[in-house]
Design a protein around this ligand. Structure first.
Ligand code: NAD
Length: 359
């Protein structure tokens, strides 16, 4: 059996506890792992003088696969986000966020089974911005106003939305490949091409081209506002949704909300040279070091990693064991209990033991 070398970035706050729980659960599947422990975040800043040390990036590049816990991003200037830094440095162009109902988790919707594929590197998120009243903004505004019928106010702040054919093709192809590998039936492209005819229009056109090359998977498109309403009214009509960065950010949180919130939702960032899997939630500092955080989102991120490695049967076992423990509702952490009382709840490691016993 294969042994996988994985860069494990435990992170900070509750990260190390949920990472340790996940490591034990993944090893209990019988699949071989060699974990390369890597620093990132505040601890890394103290040890290496950098929140995202070169050694950590080199490790993920070498192994091609990473599993990451949450990392605190202190509010304030000068501290760059490790999460955004990792995505950009490793060119992790696809953000994968499945939203699947897990019986036993309190949620507003039942029977949700959606996958959001979000473009991770461009759109308004690429960070090309000009602040109100700056000489740079004035130059950009005057250049645009001399070429456009529609005029921009002189004191406007500007954020550039950029969509390229290459990145659109890459993300839509990823969505079709994911659909095929995971036996999903339909891909829906989400956009606002009726208003942003050039940027979103390009995304939609490329999506239609890629769809024509993948006739075994159904394809349709939806305008993003209509998509949000339809997700509330008839989510069962949808399957894999692919979209540019900003819509993906919003719609994936909407879907996480439908299945019970960020605390239970897994995620992955995938590129051509590497992929890094991580829970959606943050470092929950008030629960750190108390062995009471829920390990489920990180464990399900580990299952996504197994799927990415082609270990589908092991991924299904992990997902099934998590569902069994949560469905039973006995060995679960405080956040999955109605009374939210940590003194009556399972610990992080206790919930991990229960998941291992159900593998
Ligand atoms: P958070 O996700 O840490 O916490 C939100 C709420 O959910 C809190 O009540 C918290 O206690 C609870 N919670 C989250 N995960 C939980 C778990 N596994 N088990 C039990 N309860 C859980 O969000 P926040 O408070 O906005 O952010 C805290 C820090 O995390 C910030 O510095 C933020 O920048 C960072 N953050 C990091 C990532 C990442 O590394 N990918 C993502 C989001 C936020």
């Amino acid at each position: 059996m294969a042994t996988y070398q994985v860069s494990l970035i435990p992170g900070d706050g509750i990260g190390p506890e949920v990472a340790e729980a996940t490591r034990r659960i993944l090893e209990a599947t019988g699949i071989g792992f060699e974990w390369d422990y890597c620093d990132a975040g505040l601890d890394a800043l103290e040890k290496h003088g950098d929140v995202l040390p070169k050694a950590t990036l080199d490790s993920v590049r070498k192994n091609g696969i990473g599993l990451k816990g949450p990392i605190t991003t202190p509010v304030g200037s000068g501290f760059r986000s490790v999460n955004v830094g990792l995505r950009q440095a490793l060119n992790l162009y696809a953000n994968l966020r499945p939203g699947k109902t897990i019986p036993g988790v309190q949620a507003a919707f039942d029977n949700i089974d959606l996958v959001i594929v979000r473009e991770n590197l461009e759109d308004t998120y690429a960070g090309v911005e000009f602040d109100t009243g700056t000489p740079e903004a004035a130059e950009v505004i005057s250049a645009i106003n001399s070429r456009s019928q529609k005029q921009i106010a002189a004191n406007a702040a500007i954020t550039i939305k950029m969509i390229t054919p290459e990145n659109s093709r890459r993300i839509v192809e990823y969505a079709f490949d994911y659909a095929r590998k995971n036996k999903r039936k339909k891909v829906t492209a989400v956009h606002k091409a009726n208003i942003m005819k050039f940027s979103d229009g390009l995304f939609l056109r490329v999506a239609q081209e890629v769809a024509a090359e993948n006739p075994d998977i159904q394809f349709e498109d939806r305008i993003v506002d209509n998509m949000c309403m339809q997700l509330m009214q008839k989510p069962d009509l949808y399957d894999v949704l692919v979209m540019p960065n900003l819509y993906g950010d919003i719609v994936s949180d909407l879907v996480a909300g439908m299945i019970g919130g960020l605390g239970v939702a897994p995620g992955g960032n995938i590129g051509t040279e590497a992929a890094v899997f991580e829970p959606i939630h943050g470092s929950a500092p008030s629960h750190a070091g108390k062995n009471e955080a829920n390990p489920m989102a990180m464990t399900l991120s580990g299952a996504l990693m197994l799927r990415h490695l082609g270990e589908i049967a092991a991924a299904e076992r992990v997902e099934g064991a998590v569902a069994a423990v949560v469905g039973e509702g006995k060995d679960v952490t405080y956040d999955l209990r109605e009374d939210r009382d940590p003194s009556k709840a399972a610990t992080t490691s206790g919930m991990a033991d229960a998941i291992i016993a159900r593998l």
